[in-house]
Design a protein around this ligand. Structure first.
Ligand SMILES: [Zn+2]
Length: 902
């Protein structure tokens, strides 16, 4: 639901000499007329000169913009995007007296139409507009974030967030990605603040009233959604990376916490310059930290001025976990990849959003593997693929390339398919092309299209031209069709040292029974190996594919786990694979465990097969793999919620396998330990606490008591883990203590963490108190939605009822861009059939049919859960009864040594 104000602008049309162009169309019209657009194609902007005066305390701003444009067809009106702006006056300048405009607004279309009273001839003009707008309290358009500085004083900083379609809340503009232009930004801000833009400051001069006027250098040609402006009591630290000044901008006093991010930025930039073959073109690259959070995004790739929420950018020893510290690198690597893929070369329209997001996600994984080979990014990529397949195996999915018609559809396009399926498909295509060929194609693509817009096919053409013959066909199958291929492995025969196997293609579905639908068909690049043998690559064509691989032994499909498909083995072959599990690469073990889980949960095979694979994870595995196994057991424990006997048995499995691992790595981080041990420790502690392990539970209570008098009683990176155990099992007195800690927290991030923990109580009465608290002013504008989200993880129905009952208030906590998915996300954990009807009724009453996909997805997830739960429990229960001593005895090999790096 978007509330737009009616714009009542009416400059009287005075008689003047007919305006004429200053020159006859000096610029070519480079806008692709085939791109879907809501704006009439009668003009092209080339340059915006914007002057902004924010009134941060009053949550408003005044603006003036002069837009140099070409009128390309005779027209009496120009229509621009504008949302929530009040336009005071506008005129069109050329040769002769300027033509004043009468302005009318279309709230739903988010446009303003300027009528000049007579036909304007094609040519070059300047459209000047005086207007005012709002400063929002969620991250849309120009927005404010309130925080306490390190001295405890209340402060307000302002920032902008424009993707996908909110530059129109800041400037009347052609706010569509293919209308690229240059931007001059001038801002009048308090003299003691730092103003930040895409480009370095060109000049600054004092103004009356304690203000200063800051002018930024002209940007390169770029899309409007990449414009950035921020102002506040900032500090900035910098480091040169080649010719580029990299910088982190943060609340004054937080400089030391920005060092990790700055080092990463300066390290990644030269690597990308080399990879893309076109050096980063701006003189500086800042990453601006903002306190608070969004329900929509954590960071944004504004060209030259990335914006990132503090919790994802600052490294605070008091709160930052090892995983979050790694995420600082990963998120920066993602946003920095966009400086080329998205900013320098931009998708023509949101249909191809995945080109930005899939590519940046893939590139971030590549950079992480390059700089931090011991962080386990290869496992993370398989995990991301699994997340995408989860969404992609429901009928509510969509193809990677999808048709976007509305702003709301553009908002919804930022999802797991766009990001993670995009990343996985690119990995698969890079593997098919070979990394060197792929890189040559990317470099040619960037060179050919820099400062312009592209469609997905431009990329395929470039990579094919670099030598990847046949790539376009595979790419089309995976980007234009939805869904997950299923490769059914047939009987294997072995002769003369070679294995022959027939692979049959099908489509994996989690919500439709095989045979009840016509499966789609793909050209799937398969990597098949006999265990221990050399893998063979073959592209499926049609339903059946014969493969011959060297060696005899169990067959492994998707060797290396770069393929986007599932593989279903006959029971005997699956058992052979399981029996040879220790001879399979860890990343393949990881993929196999996930595949078996999904296949069993969807009913393609009994749950017992999946649990056999999980139980086969060796105790001496890398932490990522142990963590996966722990996640599976924990998930099963939750599935049996309410069945005390089954839960006790699963708890015993978890304690028997994982308590020794925790004992071995220790409760506190050790200098020099493998980074993946550091990221595994919190999960171990949390999972053992969750099943009531007595030692972990006692330690959590002890540390909680110690924290009351000594804030350093717990290592910062483990604080949330230990407090999480206490918060989940909290009674009223404990909850009150946590509440006091939240109120007194010194940093914005710690504050958010503690308020969210208040929402994680298992006790329903306490969960209700947390919900009531979220509606008060106490947590702060961007924290309340996080509390509701935390309640929804334990009590989805309670949270949904609350949100539906208080939607007008809750709505204020959620960014406009995330509102349509917020309700679905809150409810999707429900086990209650009545929730389906509630969601449906909500969507029917409040959401346009074109925008209800997130709610339909949540409904579908709940339906699938309800339809499969009884079978999953029955089959898993059977397996548990057959394994009364828990999992099959695992070899008692030690967990990785804390000092071992690898
Ligand atoms: Zn991105």
């Amino acid at each position: 639901m978007r509330q737009l104000f009616v714009l009542l602008a009416s400059a009287a049309v005075v008689c003047a000499a007919p305006v004429a162009p200053v020159a006859a169309a000096p610029h070519a019209d480079t806008v692709d007329l085939n791109v879907p657009t809501q704006l009439p194609r009668n003009a092209v902007p080339h340059h915006y000169a914007i002057t902004i005066t924010p009134h941060a305390e009053a949550l408003g701003f005044d603006g003036t913009v002069a837009i140099d444009l070409d009128v390309t067809k005779p027209t009496r009106t120009l229509t621009l995007n504008a949302a929530n702006l009040t336009i005071a006056r506008a005129s069109l300048g050329g040769r002769g007296a300027p033509l004043p405009a009468t302005v009318s607004n279309d709230e739903n279309g988010q446009t303003a139409t300027f009528d000049f009273g007579r036909t304007v001839a094609p040519g070059a003009y300047r459209l000047t507009i005086d207007y005012s707008g709002k400063i929002n309290t969620q991250a849309n358009g120009l927005f404010a974030l309130d925080y306490k500085n390190p001295a405890g004083a209340q402060k307000r900083a302002i920032f902008t967030q424009f993707e996908p379609a909110d530059a129109r809340r800041f400037i009347p503009s052609w706010d569509e990605p293919d209308y690229k232009a240059t931007f001059d930004l001038t801002a009048r801000v308090p003299a003691d603040q730092m103003a930040v833009g895409n480009m370095p400051v060109a000049s600054s001069r004092p103004l009356a009233g304690g203000l200063k006027e800051v002018k930024f250098q002209t940007t390169p040609t770029m899309s409007s959604y990449l414009l950035f402006f921020g102002s506040g009591e900032f500090g900035r630290i910098t480091k040169m990376a080649g010719k580029t000044e990299t910088g982190i901008v943060m609340g004054r006093g937080n400089e030391a916490k920005a060092r990790t991010a700055l080092d990463a930025e300066a390290e990644i930039l030269p690597y990308y310059n080399q990879y893309f073959g076109t050096p980063y073109p701006l003189p500086k690259l800042d990453n601006v930290a903002g306190p608070g959070q969004s329900q929509f995004f954590s960071a944004m790739e504004n060209w030259g001025s990335i914006f990132t929420f503090e919790r994802v950018l600052l490294d605070d020893p008091a709160v930052t976990t090892d995983r979050e510290r790694q995420a600082i690198f990963g998120v920066e690597a993602h946003e920095m990849a966009h400086q080329w893929f998205g900013d320098l070369v931009t998708m023509a329209w949101w249909d191809d959003l995945w080109l930005n997001e899939g590519f940046a996600s893939w590139m971030a994984t590549k950079a992480t593997k390059h700089f931090h080979p011991d962080w386990g990014a290869e496992f993370g990529a398989v995990g991301a693929r699994e997340g995408a397949m989860g969404q992609d195996s429901l009928f509510t999915t969509h193809p990677i390339v999808q048709h976007i018609r509305t702003v709301e559809q553009a908002n919804q396009a930022f999802d797991g398919i766009t990001y993670s399926k995009g990343e996985s498909v690119i990995s698969m295509l890079e593997g098919y092309a070979s990394p060197a060929t792929w890189q040559r194609g990317i470099q040619a693509y960037i060179r050919a299209h820099q400062y312009q817009n592209t469609r997905t096919d431009d990329l395929w053409r470039a990579v094919e031209a670099a030598g990847a013959k046949g790539l376009t066909q595979i790419a089309h199958d995976f980007t234009l069709q939805p869904g997950v291929p299923l490769i059914r492995v047939g009987a294997v025969t072995c002769a003369a040292g070679q294995s022959h196997v027939t692979l049959t293609q099908d489509e994996f579905s989690a919500d439709r029974k095989p045979g009840s639908f016509t499966p789609l068909s793909w050209h799937v690049p398969l990597r098949v190996a006999a265990i221990g043998g050399r893998p063979v690559t073959v592209v499926t064509s049609g339903r059946e594919t014969q493969v011959t691989v060297p060696g005899c032994g169990p067959i492994l499909v998707n060797a290396g786990q770069t393929g986007y498909y599932r593989s279903l083995y006959p029971a005997a072959a699956a058992e052979q694979l399981r029996a040879s599990f220790s001879r399979v690469d860890p990343v393949d073990q990881y993929g196999l465990v996930l595949d078996q889980q999904a296949l069993s949960r969807a009913g393609y095979q009994p749950m017992g097969i999946a649990l056999d694979f999980t139980a086969a994870i060796p105790a001496s595995s890398p932490p990522e793999l142990s963590a996966l196994g722990l996640g599976v057991w924990t998930g099963l424990y939750e599935t049996f919620d309410g069945d005390k006997a089954a839960q006790a048995q699963i708890a015993a499995i978890i304690e028997q396998r994982y308590a020794p691992m925790l004992a071995q790595i220790g409760l506190t981080p050790k200098a020099g330990e493998n980074p993946t041990v550091g990221t595994f420790r919190p999960q171990l502690i949390a999972a053992l606490g969750n099943v009531g392990d007595p030692q972990v539970t006692a330690e959590a209570r002890r540390l909680f008591a110690a924290l009351q008098t000594n804030p350093n009683a717990v290592p910062g990176g483990l604080k949330r883990t230990w407090l999480g155990i206490v918060a989940a099992k909290a009674d009223a007195a404990t909850w009150d203590q946590l509440h006091a800690m939240a109120r007194n927290a010194s940093s914005a991030t710690e504050r958010q963490n503690l308020y969210s923990l208040l929402g994680s109580a298992e006790d329903e009465a306490l969960a209700k108190r947390a919900l009531d608290l979220s509606l008060t002013d106490e947590p702060g504008k961007t924290v309340s939605a996080g509390i509701i989200g935390a309640v929804a993880r334990q009590h989805p129905d309670l949270a949904l009822d609350f949100v539906l009952a208080h939607w007008p208030q809750v709505q204020n906590f959620v960014d406009l861009s995330a509102q349509s998915r917020f309700i679905g996300r809150i409810a999707s954990g429900s086990h209650n059939a009545a929730t389906i009807a509630k969601l449906d009724a909500y969507a029917n009453a409040n959401i346009a049919p074109t925008a209800r996909k997130p709610v339909d997805q949540a409904i579908n997830v709940i339906k699938v859960r309800l339809a499969s739960e009884a079978r999953i429990k029955s089959e898993a229960g059977e397996w548990l009864r057959a394994h009364p001593a828990g999992a099959p005895a695992a070899p008692a090999a030690p967990a990785p040594s804390p000092t071992e790096r690898g």
